[in-house]
Design a protein around this ligand. Structure first.
Ligand code: GDP
Length: 350
């Protein structure tokens, strides 16, 4: 017959099998969003985007912007549970000779992953030479001030009730909000939140977004956040394509778990994506059959990163993706995930 260790292996295999089944069931029933729901949400976002384009062109023809576009998980098939949010990217154009970018690690804040945008050549091109000079604070382009400018326009001078009634939506700006967000009620029970996200694309391809540092100390207020989202999701998808892997599925399950468990709500898609990318560097088997093993390994690696107090960005390792959590939050997340390791099914029961 089977020895004690064989017995234990068999038992573990059965446990794993059932976690595997539960994960796929959870994926089908809770995580993935029906195509129709996604399409309706995208339609609503697109309608709003079109209205904003018309408004901004008409009202502020000299504001140096490139064409706005929609982005986010809703467009990458990485949104989970409900189709309820999207980002409206608003690319600002900056005059080459008037601005320079300074990486956060070279500043007094010593913060990789964040940047300052300094106004240059004021002697030759005095204040007012650039449209964006109105958003300069203490010599730097202030993302906060850029957001406030849009807030005045978008929340203050657009007649959203009128536009909403034409489009057959209920639209209202969300106040107060960290960034600028529109709430769109597009069916009786469906709400979509559209974040307005001003964006700078630098010459070297670095993208910076006007999303404030979460622990917004005074000295952090001028920092622009480097966005790795496009590169991260592209890499994840490419790896899956190479081996027909389950990394994106694993990410979506983890995102849903965090969305449905309040104690894990602080974990972001970017942290989860990078943890999976780092795991992919040392783990080769991402076949669909390995989902439960990889999911457990992801939980364990997150516990490890939280214990270290550091989660390096897979693309730029000096960037620490835990830098916006307080030590107490890091502890709480670590503890919650550590407890979940012995009973991972509990995470799917919400
Ligand atoms: P989800 O919101 O968890 O479903 O994940 P997403 O992948 O859609 O990430 C959206 C979040 O990433 C938002 O909080 C954005 O502020 C932030 N973000 C950072 N860079 C980008 C970017 O280039 N595009 C978009 N859409 N969001 C970005």
């Amino acid at each position: 017959g089977r020895g004690a260790s064989g017995e234990a292996d068999f038992h573990r295999a059965r446990m794993r099998l059932s976690l595997q089944e539960k994960l796929w069931q959870f994926y089908r029933e809770r995580v993935s969003i029906p195509a129709e729901e996604q399409a309706t949400a995208r339609r609503a976002a697109l309608d709003i985007c079109a209205e904003l384009r018309i408004f901004l062109h008409a009202k502020l023809p000299d504001m140096p912007l490139r064409e706005m576009y929609l982005s986010g998980s809703l467009y990458d098939d990485l949104q989970v549970v409900t189709a309820d949010h999207a980002q409206l990217m608003v690319p600002l154009t900056l005059e080459k000779n008037l601005w320079s970018s300074i990486p956060g690690e070279d500043t007094i804040m010593s913060l990789p992953g964040f940047w300052l945008i300094r106004r240059e050549n004021v002697e030759y091109f005095p204040r007012g030479s650039s449209y964006w000079d109105r958003c300069v604070v203490g010599g730097y382009l202030s993302p906060k001030s850029v957001l406030e400018l849009f807030e005045k326009l978008v929340a203050g001078s657009i007649n959203w009730p009128a536009i909403g009634s034409v489009l057959d939506y209920v639209i209202r700006p969300v106040v107060p909000s960290e960034t600028l967000t529109l709430e769109v009620q597009y069916e009786t029970n469906r709400r979509l939140y559209v974040d307005f996200l001003p964006l700078l694309v630098m010459d070297d391809g670095v993208s910076l977004i006007a999303k404030p540092h979460r622990l917004a100390a005074e000295r952090h207020q001028n920092l622009w956040r480097q966005s790795f989202r496009v590169a991260e999701t592209t890499r994840l998808r490419a790896l899956d394509q190479e081996d027909d892997g389950c990394r994106c599925t694993c990410l979506k399950v983890a995102k849903a778990v965090c969305k449905l468990n309040p104690a894990l709500a602080r974990l972001t898609s970017s942290q989860l994506t990078n943890a999976i990318l780092l795991l992919s560097e040392r783990e080769g088997d991402w076949t669909q059959e390995a989902l439960a093993d990889r999911f457990l390994q992801l939980l364990r690696s997150l516990v490890g990163h939280l214990e270290d107090g550091r989660l390096p960005c897979a693309l730029v390792p000096r960037v620490d993706l835990l830098c916006e959590l307080t030590p107490a939050e890091v502890d709480e997340l670590g503890y919650t995930l550590y407890c979940a390791l012995s009973h991972p099914e509990g995470l799917l029961a919400q």
